[in-house]
Every structure is written in structure tokens, then in C-alpha cells.
Design a protein around this ligand. Structure first.
Ligand code: ADP
Length: 890
């Protein structure tokens, strides 16, 4: 991508620093005037201060230097033996010649040509004065310094009036000691120096120096005037006409006097009186030149700072332009391009290591992610469009978007749909209530889901499941509604056809059940007669051969009956007509109940029944009591049937863990024939008797397959372990349920004796007590059989009624001891009749017993019969021996 041109004036980011720079510059220019004034004032102060410091230092150094020189010269004189000798006797001549000698030597060897010296006596008189050799005995006792030297006998120096010249000079006084006694002061030597060298040294740096003294002796007067010293080297001084007043010069001072800057320093005597005053000065133009020089220097520095600030900010602007503004412009251009073209594959090309470089990298990643997102969204859109019907409406239900599947299924083009109300495709069959609910839901920003019948352009109906989602913007305001629909027309049609098929099947099934039930009844009735009369025949005088033939008839009849029962049961299960209601079943109750029921059969075959863990049986499972008992009975009766003589059966339970839940397994273990390993797989297949088809053991081979079906339908498991010749262990297992959940069922004390009829086969009873028997039965053959049975008994009178209603009448009339009641009767059936009979007080008083005698031989029929109050439930065909036994009971 080309780097876009960036103009400073167009760059918002640069504008601010640019304006700040310009404003700073202008501010600095405006401020520079007062700044220079302040600077000037400051520099004047500095120059004056410097002037004071520098010139006072120079002055002090010069004076000190002079005093040091004076001291060394005076010491040289004071140690001269000639002088010391001569002074003792105040002999002037040797001193004079010695002084001349020394002066000459000084003149030759130093720059001091004329050293002025006084040789002074110990009491302060000048014995000799150089160059005025004739002067002697000059009284110096009043001279300030001499007086002090005489009084102290010590060396002393300072600026003071130089002898007779009355000029102020630098004076050094040294004591002269006696040659004999080094501690005895015999006089003094006093050296005085003029101030010319001081003047010259100041001149050397363009400063004028002069000493001002006063003619007045009024040393304490403030008005005492000081004028320039008389020494000739002050003659040319520009300060010649200056007059200082004592009041002004008590301390160091600075003045602007006659175009000069003047600094004064007082010279004090030992009494702190002003003796004279040093004055140094420079012309004002020199002073201002110095100030100005400093100003110029400062302006240069300021200018330099300004310039460097300007160039630094200029440089910074350039750097910013290069490294920030230009990359940002690239950024802006790329983003604009992406925004207008929607091409997210573009990327920002900024190759730098700085923050913007890193920002661009992150931005490019963002672009990639956006591209991926858009790609996947497009993909999803395609996926949705290829399978789902999508439309979008505004807040008023006007279509704003439809996808192709919508156009396809509705038969309208998007042009025809957009802008129209979504009602366009609504089928008139749809209830307005549904749409009211839909609008209420989506208007409250909640999604709505439902099934709708729509109408296509050609008038045909189509069905859709609809998901309507309110689409909200970032502020949470719903802007439109998105409807995602799925075509379920085929499904609905299929459902409808399935429903029809189901109804047909149900009808067929009902017909089948009806057929089976009536067949059961129809088959049992003649069988009842066959077996019944065969049994009766057994009581007549027959040859052994006839007896065995008759037993064959009875046995085959029973086998046929068993087969019919099992086939009916299987048919019932397969047709799904088996009603099962799962409830908590107490295992103890179940096992005790079932054991009672097979007790007689077991006794007959001399098989011992054991319940090994009787105490641990108090568990509950969720099952249909009757059906699970049926399974247990099947296990038990098989255990008895397929056992050895005097064999054993063990019923036991064991709990175990399965997928974290507690289960219980109920075992029926026998010591019987066992099952060959290879047969185990086929054990639960219907009609498989595993070789027992031709044996004496009665059976149909259906029981176990029914058991398996029943257990699995109730959510349990079934299985077997068996070893041929040793025995089999059949079990079923169910999840355990909590004791609390279980509703305690009353332990049933009824004993179903389906399998024990043989056990009850009582020996033929010749004599029976007189008993009134009422038999309510509509089938003549059954009536005939009953009549034949009764005929064989003494003391039994039989009354027959063909309907329940007639039976009720008869019962009231004869008050029977025993009533046999068929269940399937024309009009009122046996079940309905029983409570009416039981209400009859005469029957209650008499203790009439009620036996159901019916072809409804299914186990649930038996259970139900006992539950409603029959004392015994006898199934057809009539077991003659059993009926005789009942009729013979006391
Ligand atoms: P049925 O007993 O009426 O024949 P089942 O379905 O109850 O039918 O049993 C199927 C077959 O399984 C039986 O014929 C028998 O061969 C075998 N069987 C069932 N229980 C046992 C058992 N306890 N010991 C040995 N074989 C058994």
C-alpha cells in the first residue's frame, strides 16, 4: 500500500503540538522584554557586587603586600649591628652612613630606589630620617603608630600619615634590640611607602584608585570632609574633585558619582576613628558595558535555549509525523478501505517495532479473526439456508428478508414478500390465539417456539416448526424479529398416516385380543367337558387298559389346556396388551406368597423347599406384583418339575452394585437335571423344551420366554447358571428401592393353588354331608359335568341358575352352603354378582362360601378374583377331584 501524504495542517494529532510550539515562541518573544529588564537589573547588581568584591580584594592584597615588604625591609634595618650600636649612644653619623650604604644596596638590587626610613629612639624621637639626614630629634611621640610602638615595644604597621609629608603612606615600625640584651628595646626603625604601586596596579585593570584624607582634626564630626590625598600620583586621578563626608564613609560604600561608579573603604586608627578613605572607581560606561556584556551573554544563552527548544520540537514533530502520523494514516486508509469494500483479507502493512507496529499486528490478527468469523457466519448462513427457512420482519411483522428456502416453500418470490405482512403465508386454519400468544411473547423480548400451518402461493398447506427470536441492538432495543423455520410437512403427513396405521393396528389388535379371549373361552369349554367327563369316567368300572387310555385322554387334555394358557399369555405380551403397574414389591411377601403356592406341588414330588436367607428378604423392588410372582412361580415350578425325586430347591437373594446403584438378585436353585451348556443360549426362546418334549414332564416351552419378557419389561434382568446333572440356578434382578418409598403391602395370605391341584388330590370320598350347592353357569356342558360330579356324592343338592340375576334370587331362596359362580355370564357378570351376594345377611349368617369357576384362567384373573373376595378361584376345565374335595369339606 502506498504511504499516504501527510500534511501537518491536516493532521489533528500534530496540530496541537504545533500550536503549542508557536504559542510558546510568541510568549517567549513577548516575555523577553520584561525578562531582559529583569536580567539587566540582576546583572547590574552582579556587576556592582563583583566590583565591590574584586576591588576590595585587590585593595587588601595590595596593602598587605606593601605591609609585608615594609616589614621585611624594617626588620633588615632593625637587625643592622652598626645601627644597633650607634642607636644605643644616639650616634647619628654611623647610622647615616649605614643607611646610605643600605639604600644604595637596595637601589642596586631591588626596585626600591628610595626607601624612606626613620631611626627612632626608644622614647619616640626621630634620630635620623633618610634623605633628610640633617633632620633629627624630630618628635614623633604623637604619631599614632610610633606612640603605640613606644608604648608596646612591639612591631606595628598600617596606613597613616607619613612623617612630615603629612601624606598617608604605608608605615611599618620594627623594634630595635640592644646587642647586649636581646630583650631590651633601644629604639625603632620606621619605613614608609607611598601608594603609587597601588594606583598602578588598579590602573592595570582600568580602575582608578585614590586615598582621601581630611584636613580637619574633628575626628568625630559627621560633616568632616575628605578630599583626595596630596601625593602627586593622585594628581591625574579622575576622582580629584570628589569630596566624601565622614557620615557617608563609616563603612564600605558604593556610589554613582560624576559618571563614575565609586567604591570607598574607610581606614581606621586604633581608636576606630576614620583616618582616611580608599576610593576605587570606574567610569559608568565601563560599568554599563560590563552589565551589557552580561546581558548579551544571557540573551545568547536564552536564544540558544529557544533555538534548541524550537529545533527539538521541530525534530519531535518530524519524528512524530514519521513514526506516528504516517503509520496512523496508513491505518486510517486501510480501515476506510476495509469498511467500504468489506474485504477483511486486507492487512495493515506497518513494519516497525514500536507500539504502532505492534498495534498493527494486533489489528491484522483482529482482521483475520473477523474474516474467519464472517467466513464461518457465511458458512453457517449457507448451512441454515440449505436446510432451514429463514425470514426477518420489522417490529410490525412486515417482511424485510427471506431466504431461498422460504421462497421455494411458499412459492412467492422475495420481491412479492418483502414489505408485505408475514400473514401472507398464514393458513386460515390457524387459530388467532396462537398468534396472539406469539406476539405477546416476542414483544416481551422472549423467543417463541411453535408449530404453524402455512399456506403457499398455490393454496397448498405446509407445516413448519418456528423459532422466532427478537433481535436486539447493543442498547437492548429490539429492532426486528428473526424467524427460523423447519419444514415438517412430511413429518406431519407421516405422523398422520402413522396415526391412521396405529388406529388400524389397534383395531386389529383389539380384534385379535377379542379373538384370543373368545377362543380361550371357546376352547376351554369343550376341553372342560372332555377332561371333566374323562375324570368322571375314571370312577366307573373300567378295565386296566381302559383306565390307562382314559388317563392318556386326561393328560393330553391337561397338556392342551396348559398350551392354550401359555399361548394366550404370549400372544397377550406380544400384542402389548399386558397392563403392568409398577409398585414397590416387598420381596419377603413375594417369596413367601410364591412358596406357598408351590408347596403342595413340591410335597407331591417330595421336593424340599428352602429359603436360605429369610431374615434378609425385607427388601423392596419396583415391579408389578402379579407379573413378578408369575416369573418366580415359573422358576419354582420348573425347579420342581425338572428336579430329581427328593431333590431340593433353595430360594435366596443377594444384593450387588451396578453403575453405583444397589440391585438385588433373587435366585431359585435346584438340585435337578441341569441344562447342557450348549442349550443355555436357546433356553429363553419360546417353544423350546430342550429335549423334554416327549418326556412325562408337562410343559409348553413358553414359560421362560414369558418370564424373560416380563422381567425385562419391568426394567430387570434375567439369567441362569446350570451344570448338567448337578442342577440349575435361575435368577432375576432388579434395582433396590428405599424402604421409605415402599408402601407396605399386607402379606397376602391367599394361597394360589394353580400348581398344587395334584397335591390336593384327595382320596375319593364316598360319603359327604348334605350340602346345598348353587351353581350359576350358562354353559350346558359345564352344568352337565357339575351335575354328574354331584351325582357321585351323597348329601349334596345342586341348584343351577343360568344368569347372575336368577342366581341372586335362588341364593336368597335356598341359602346355599357353597356357590360356584361363573364369571362370564350374560347380563350381570360374576364379579358384579359377588358383592351383592356377600351383602345378603342370610348368606353371611349361613357362612356361605363363594368359589369362582371360570374359563378366565390368566394369573391376573385369579389374583383379581381373590382380591374381590372369592374364597377360591377355580379355573376351567373343572378339576373334578378338586371340586369333589371342596364339596366334601366340612
Ligand atoms: P416348560 O417348562 O413349560 O417346558 P419353560 O419355558 O419354563 O417351559 O422351560 C423351557 C425349558 O427349559 C424346559 O422345557 C426345560 O427343558 C428347561 N428348564 C427350565 N427350567 C429348568 C430347570 N430348573 N432345570 C432343568 N431344565 C429346565
Amino acid at each position: 500500500m502506498n504511504v499516504p501524504k501527510v500534511h501537518l495542517k491536516n493532521s489533528t494529532l500534530l496540530k496541537t503540538p504545533l500550536w503549542v510550539s508557536i504559542a510558546t515562541l510568541l510568549g517567549l518573544v513577548v516575555l523577553s522584554f520584561p525578562l531582559i529588564m529583569i536580567l539587566n537589573q540582576y546583572h547590574e547588581d552582579i556587576v556592582r557586587q563583583n566590583f565591590i568584591e574584586q576591588e576590595s580584594r585587590v585593595l587588601n592584597e595590595q596593602i598587605k603586600q606593601k605591609i609585608d615588604i615594609g616589614d621585611s625591609i624594617a626588620i633588615a634595618y632593625a637587625q643592622n649591628t652598626v645601627i644597633r650600636n650607634a642607636l644605643l649612644f644616639e650616634e647619628r653619623a654611623p647610622i647615616i652612613s649605614e643607611l646610605q650604604l643600605i639604600n644604595r644596596e637596595y637601589a642596586q638590587k631591588t626596585r626600591f630606589k628610595n626607601i624612606q626610613a626613620h631611626i627612632i629612639t626608644a622614647d619616640g624621637r626621630s634620630l635620623v630620617k633618610t634623605f633628610e639626614l640633617d633632620s633629627y630629634n624630630q618628635d614623633l611621640t604623637e604619631h599614632d603608630l610610633v606612640k603605640r610602638a613606644v608604648e608596646t615595644g612591639q612591631a606595628i604597621s598600617g596606613i597613616n600619615i607619613g612623617g612630615a609629608a603629612s601624606h598617608f603612606r604605608v608605615i611599618n615600625i620594627q623594634p630595635i634590640y640592644s646587642l647586649d640584651d636581646e630583650s631590651e628595646v633601644i629604639g625603632f626603625v620606621a619605613i614608609s611607602q607611598g601608594l603609587r604601586s597601588v594606583v598602578e596596579s588598579f590602573h592595570a585593570h582600568q580602575v582608578d584608585y585614590a586615598l582621601f584624607s581630611s584636613k580637619s582634626n574633628q575626628i568625630d564630626s559627621d560633616g568632616r570632609e575628605f578630599t583626595i590625598g596630596k601625593a602627586h600620583y593622585f594628581d591625574a586621578s579622575p576622582m580629584a574633585g570628589f569630596v566624601f563626608i565622614q557620615k557617608q564613609i563609616r563603612t564600605d560604600n558604593l556610589y554613582f558619582l560624576n559618571d563614575r561608579l565609586v567604591y570607598t573603604q574607610p581606614i581606621l586608627d586604633y581608636g576606630n576613628h576614620i583616618l582616611a578613605v580608599h576610593a576605587v572607581s570606574i567610569p559608568l560606561d565601563v560599568y554599563y558595558a560590563r552589565v551589557w556584556q552580561r546581558n548579551v551573554d544571557a540573551i545568547y544563552i536564552l536564544g540558544a535555549i529557544l533555538l534548541s527548544t524550537l529545533s527539538v520540537s521541530g525534530l519531535l514533530l518530524m519524528v512524530m509525523k514519521r513514526s506516528v502520523i504516517r503509520p496512523l494514516a496508513v491505518f486510517e486508509k486501510t480501515i476506510k478501505k476495509v469498511n467500504s469494500s468489506k474485504e477483511y483479507s486486507t492487512s495493515v502493512k506497518i513494519n516497525s517495532d514500536d507500539e504502532i507496529g505492534r498495534l498493527s499486528e494486533q489489528f491484522n490478527i483482529l482482521l483475520r479473526q473477523t474474516e474467519d468469523l464472517i467466513h464461518s457466519l457465511q458458512y453457517q448462513q449457507q448451512a441454515i439456508d440449505s436446510s432451514l427457512i429463514v425470514s426477518k420482519t420489522d417490529l410490525y411483522g412486515k417482511i424485510v428478508y427471506v431466504n431461498q428456502p422460504f421462497e421455494r416453500i411458499s412459492g412467492y418470490s422475495s420481491k412479492e414478500l418483502i414489505g408485505k405482512s408475514h400473514n401472507l403465508v398464514r393458513h386460515p386454519d390457524m387459530s388467532p390465539e396462537l398468534f396472539k400468544d406469539m406476539w405477546m411473547t416476542i414483544e416481551s423480548k422472549r423467543p417463541w417456539k411453535g408449530q404453524i400451518k402455512n399456506r403457499a402461493k398455490d393454496g397448498s398447506a405446509y407445516f413448519v416448526t418456528v423459532n422466532i427470536l427478537p433481535i436486539a441492538n447493543l442498547n437492548g432495543e429490539v429492532t426486528d424479529y428473526l424467524s427460523i423455520q423447519e419444514d415438517i410437512t412430511q413429518l406431519i403427513e407421516l405422523k398422520e398416516s402413522l396415526q391412521t396405521a396405529k388406529e388400524v393396528a389397534e383395531k386389529a389388535n383389539q380384534a385379535k385380543s377379542q379373538f384370543l379371549s373368545s377362543m380361550s373361552h371357546e376352547l376351554r369349554t369343550p376341553l372342560n367337558s372332555i377332561i371333566g367327563f374323562a375324570q368322571l369316567l375314571e370312577f366307573s368300572n373300567l378295565s386296566e387298559k381302559q383306565k390307562s387310555q382314559l388317563q392318556n385322554i386326561t393328560k393330553s387334555g391337561r397338556h392342551l389346556l396348559l398350551l392354550i394358557n401359555d399361548i394366550l399369555e404370549l400372544a397377550k405380551i406380544e400384542s402389548g396388551n399386558l397392563d403392568m403397574s409398577l409398585e414397590p414389591v416387598n420381596l419377603k411377601e413375594l417369596i413367601v406368597d410364591a412358596l406357598h403356592m408351590v408347596e403342595a406341588l413340591a410335597k407331591q414330588k417330595q421336593i424340599k423347599l428352602h429359603c436360605t436367607n429369610g431374615d434378609n428378604l425385607d427388601h423392596f423392588i419396583n415391579a408389578d406384583y402379579t407379573r413378578i410372582k408369575q416369573v418366580l412361580l415359573n422358576f419354582l415350578s420348573n425347579g420342581i418339575k425338572y428336579n430329581k425325586d427328593q431333590g431340593e430347591i433353595y430360594v435366596y437373594v443377594e444384593t450387588f452394585d451396578k453403575d453405583g446403584a444397589g440391585w438385588i438378585r433373587i435366585h431359585v436353585k435346584d438340585t435337578g437335571l441341569g441344562i447342557p451348556r450348549k442349550e443355555l443360549k436357546r433356553l429363553f426362546e419360546p417353544f423350546n423344551r430342550l429335549g423334554h418334549e416327549n418326556s412325562n414332564i408337562e410343559g409348553s416351552g413358553i414359560g421362560l420366554s414369558i418370564a424373560k419378557d416380563l422381567v425385562e419389561r419391568q426394567g430387570g434382568e434375567i439369567g441362569v447358571e446350570s451344570e448338567q446333572g448337578i442342577g440349575s440356578d435361575f435368577w432375576f434382578a432388579f434395582p433396590l428401592i428405599d424402604r421409605e418409598q415402599a408402601v407396605n403391602r399386607e402379606l397376602s395370605n391367599t394361597i394360589l393353588n394353580e400348581f398344587s391341584h395334584d397335591a390336593t388330590s384327595t382320596p375319593f370320598v364316598e360319603k359327604v354331608d348334605y350340602k346345598k350347592v348353587l351353581y350359576i353357569e350358562d354353559n350346558p356342558s359345564n352344568i352337565g359335568l357339575m351335575e354328574d360330579i354331584v351325582e357321585t356324592l351323597n348329601g349334596v343338592s345342586l341348584t343351577v341358575a343360568n344368569t347372575a340375576e336368577l342366581g341372586l334370587e335362588e341364593a336368597k331362596k335356598i341359602v346355599p352352603d357353597i356357590m360356584f359362580i361363573d364369571i362370564n355370564l350374560p347380563g350381570m357378570n360374576g364379579d358384579e354378582l359377588l358383592p351383592l351376594l356377600k351383602q345378603l345377611p342370610e348368606l353371611r349368617e349361613n357362612g356361605t362360601v363363594f368359589y369362582a369357576l371360570t374359563a378366565n384362567a390368566m394369573i391376573e384373573d385369579v389374583d383379581r378374583g381373590l382380591e374381590i373376595g372369592f374364597d377360591r378361584y377355580l379355573t376351567k376345565p373343572i378339576n373334578v377331584a378338586e371340586v369333589i374335595a371342596l364339596l366334601s369339606q366340612e
